[in-house]
Design a protein around this ligand. Structure first.
Ligand SMILES: [Zn+2]
Length: 414
């Protein structure tokens, strides 16, 4: 069996693949806007599928638009080793989030093919549809349906801000496959991803091995006010929905301090109606995102802030409606695989660090089905989901080498 020092990925080929993908949906600010199920998503998928064909992989597209490329093993009946991530991006997102994990797994496939290495088990590369959840909420829906955690038809009916349905858009870009989106046995799932935080850079490490992913709780809040002309309407007795929302947003921001635990809480999206400078706002929608390694703490925090919301709404005479949109429990990875990532990185001479993932990933749902681990590389300045998102090419290559040898090891396990 080849050891880490005998076999490496081709870093410049990986870079070329990433640069080609960065050209699809490129933004003037140096980022990428490739929202799920848009024309840009379709073009990137088409290119990805072309590359899978060149490697003679067996390609499957399921009814959620997930794309799988399978490379047979010597013992093809065994459960495959799987790796991948997502091709879609945030609005004005970065050039590495998601796509690095897909191109990294592709580079592993290319390396195996050109070296004519056949593994004991089959290997599967995957692109999961709509990981981001910014066009169609929530996030990670396709791995969620695959894992049996989300209902396919519920996801099909999700709508974007313009009222377009998920399923219709999937059909429009010709990626609604006929294969059922349903879990199949997977030996190990590895997801390679940028860290999206500042820790690896700060600690001077090249590879991060998260012990798992924090819980993710999403809520949608709708406030109703009373519209009126801003000039003649006295301040007293107003029902200003935007002012109510403003108070609530600050309560969310205060939550982590108040709960005294390890958590983050964010309001990232708001819609204000009618959004006119001379009308008192009568309809506001905003989102709440709460994350923690401690699920109970996150739930207690939500209960506390929900009570605040209700009393603010009552005091301002603004009826409130709350939707509990999405909850994913914290997800501790397979300890043995996490150790393997650290061991492989060390063998390759890359300084590495055990950590926690504060971002959600498809690996969260995969972890419900199969033994799962992730490989992180540093994000320069800790910035992600923005156009300036950056990771050095050397680090991209290093992470792909770790992925290669983690996959090789587990794919040769009987
Ligand atoms: Zn991502």
């Amino acid at each position: 069996m080849m050891g880490p020092r005998d076999l490496k990925v081709n870093g410049s080929r990986l870079r070329q693949a990433l640069e080609a993908m960065a050209g699809i949906g490129a933004t003037p600010g140096g980022g990428v806007q490739r929202l799920t199920l848009t024309d840009e998503d379709k073009r990137a998928r088409d290119l990805f599928v072309t590359w899978l064909r060149e490697l003679d992989l067996e390609i499957t597209i399921d009814e959620m638009g997930n794309i799988f490329g399978r490379r047979p093993g010597k013992n093809d009946e065994l459960a495959p080793v799987m790796s991948g991530s997502h091709i879609d991006s945030q609005p004005k997102g970065g050039r590495f989030d998601g796509i690095l994990g897909v191109m990294g797994a592709l580079e592993v496939m290319r390396t195996l093919c050109e070296n004519k290495i056949t593994t004991e088990r089959p290997i599967v590369i995957v692109d999961w549809t709509n990981e981001e959840g910014s066009r169609f909420a929530p996030a990670m829906v396709a791995s969620g349906v695959w894992a049996g955690a989300l209902d396919r038809d519920w996801v099909y009916d999700r709508r974007d801000i313009n009222g377009r349905r998920f399923e219709d858009e999937l059909e429009r870009i010709s990626y609604k496959g006929s294969v059922p989106c349903r879990k199949f046995p997977v030996h190990v799932y590895f997801e390679y991803h940028i860290e999206q935080g500042p820790i690896l850079e700060r600690e001077g490490k090249r590879i991060g091995a998260p012990k798992g992913i924090v819980c993710l709780h999403w809520y949608d809040v709708y406030l109703e006010g009373e519209a009126n002309q801003v000039g003649p309407t006295p301040m007293a007795g107003r029902h200003d929905a935007l002012c109510g929302a403003a108070e609530m947003i600050l309560k969310v921001n205060d939550l982590p301090d108040r709960m005294g635990g390890n958590m983050v809480a964010t309001v990232g999206e708001i819609q204000n109606h009618p959004n006119s400078r001379n009308i008192i706002p009568d309809n506001v929608h905003f989102t709440v995102d709460i994350r923690s390694w401690d699920d109970d703490l996150a739930l207690r925090a939500w209960e506390a802030v929900r009570r605040d919301f209700e009393s603010i709404a009552e005091r301002r005479g603004c009826p409130i409606r709350i939707e509990e949109t999405w909850r994913v429990a914290h997800s501790p990875f397979d300890e043995r695989r996490v150790q393997e990532v650290l061991a492989v990185a060390t063998e390759l001479g890359y300084p590495c660090l055990p950590m926690v993932s504060g971002a959600g990933h498809d690996a969260s749902y995969m972890n419900q089905v199969a033994s799962t681990a992730m490989i992180f590389v540093p994000s320069i300045g800790g910035r992600s989901h923005v156009e300036v998102e950056q990771t050095s090419w050397e680090d991209c290559e290093a992470g792909a080498n770790v992925l290669l040898h983690c996959m090789l090891r587990s794919a040769n396990e009987r």
